[in-house]
Design a protein around this ligand. Structure first.
Ligand SMILES: Nc1ncnc2c1ncn2[C@@H]1O[C@H](COP(=O)(O)OP(=O)(O)OP(=O)(O)O)[C@@H](O)[C@H]1O
Ligand SMILES: [Mg+2]
Length: 338
């Protein structure tokens, strides 16, 4: 692929925000979706924006891809201001969302890629070459001449990713790129995205609530919650600096509420996930006082449940999030739903 002329010194961050804020006027109140966001993203990295539902991920992606204006503060992409110079940014970027059903159903996959390449003014021979290269890398080649409506979710999503690269962007913003995909398809798309950053020197900016995805492929991760960045570093440093080992308790029957447990002295965070096959709950605790584990065990027993077994687990990004926020994604998301 032809690489566009580099328009800025290479040591500048490709994406930068300073005290970026975005408010939405809801019926009776103002919702602050983003508050004082300061970010710096270097070139050719896979950068993850990790946060639960409603954290502000899509809002930030929409601002950085010039679809939405900030309320205050500043954001630049390739050195250009998103509010003042969006037309200079647009040819250098692309954006796709795993949740959208983008494209034209009654046109072939190839026709769709061609159409989007022409919207970006890509030269015909370059566009044809890119369609071949991208579809080979994303294993789409056998479906190129199929109409879009005949493709499964996985292949549609591969096409969405191919479309997001058709203009050879320096930065691509992907909102939940592997949502709803089976494990193997998600894995192959992740590997493809890593190769895009490493081999094509592209910056891949991914918003996701998938912690394992972030841990597997991101060079750097910003953890976002309620519109604020609570930490930003490599997954390894985040785990080193914020991740405490967790105590996992298998509990049956599952508890009705985590409230009593979260308020035990020494419990920094607690989450619960149901193992539906076995009808048990996995209670994950981060404690800064060993006595707290015993106290939690007593609460479980007194509420009529049993602790079947318990063990220690090395920190992952989930433990980092629990340590920083005091609860897991599932708890945060169910609070939002209430
Ligand atoms: N157009 C809008 N009008 C009013 N409120 C909005 C609008 N867009 C987003 N919000 C609110 O801003 C906050 C952040 O939303 P956003 O969609 O950015 O979160 P998200 O991290 O992408 O969540 P999800 O994981 O569910 O996609 C939420 O409280 C949301 O309700
Ligand atoms: Mg979103």
């Amino acid at each position: 692929m032809l690489r566009k002329t580099i328009l800025q010194p290479t040591n500048m961050p490709i994406v930068e925000t300073q005290r970026l804020r975005r408010e939405f006027q809801a019926k009776k109140k103002v919702i602050t979706a983003l508050e004082d966001i300061d970010l710096q993203v270097e070139e050719s990295v896979v950068f993850g924006l990790l946060g639960p539902n409603g954290a502000g991920k899509t809002t930030l992606i929409r601002i950085l891809s010039t679809l939405l204006l900030p309320t205050s503060g500043k954001a630049t992409v390739a050195g250009f201001d998103v509010a003042k110079e969006p037309e200079k940014i647009r040819p250098l970027i692309n954006m796709a969302s795993g949740a959208e059903r983008a494209g034209y159903d009654f046109i072939t996959a190839r026709g769709n890629l061609w159409f989007f390449s022409q919207l970006y003014g890509v030269d015909s021979s370059v566009a044809n070459r890119s369609i071949e290269t991208l579809s080979a890398a994303l294993r789409l080649e056998n479906y190129l001449d199929s109409k879009l409506y005949t493709l499964s979710t996985g292949y549609r999503q591969r096409l969405t990713i191919a479309r997001s690269l058709i203009n050879d962007p320096r930065v691509v913003f992907l909102d939940e790129p592997t949502i709803g995909l089976d494990v193997m398809t998600a894995k192959s798309i992740r590997e493809f995205l890593v190769s895009q950053a490493k081999d094509q020197k592209r910056t891949i900016f991914i918003a996701t609530h998938n912690m394992a995805e972030t841990e597997a492929i991101c060079d750097r991760v910003a953890i976002i919650d309620s519109g604020r960045i609570v930490a930003c570093d490599s997954p390894a440093s985040l785990k080193k600096n914020f991740g405490a080992p967790a105590t996992v308790m298998e509990v049956s029957p599952p508890l009705q509420s985590l409230q009593a447990i979260s308020s035990v002295r020494g419990v920094k965070g607690a989450t619960s996930a149901i193992d539906a096959d076995r009808g048990v709950a996995r209670l994950k605790l981060i404690v800064d006082d060993e006595g707290a584990v015993k106290a939690v065990g007593a609460i479980v027993e007194s509420s009529g449940s049993k602790v079947l077994q318990s063990w220690m687990q090395e920190p992952s990004l989930e433990e980092v999030f629990i340590s920083l926020i005091g609860r897991g994604f599932a708890e945060r998301e169910s609070e939002d739903a209430n």
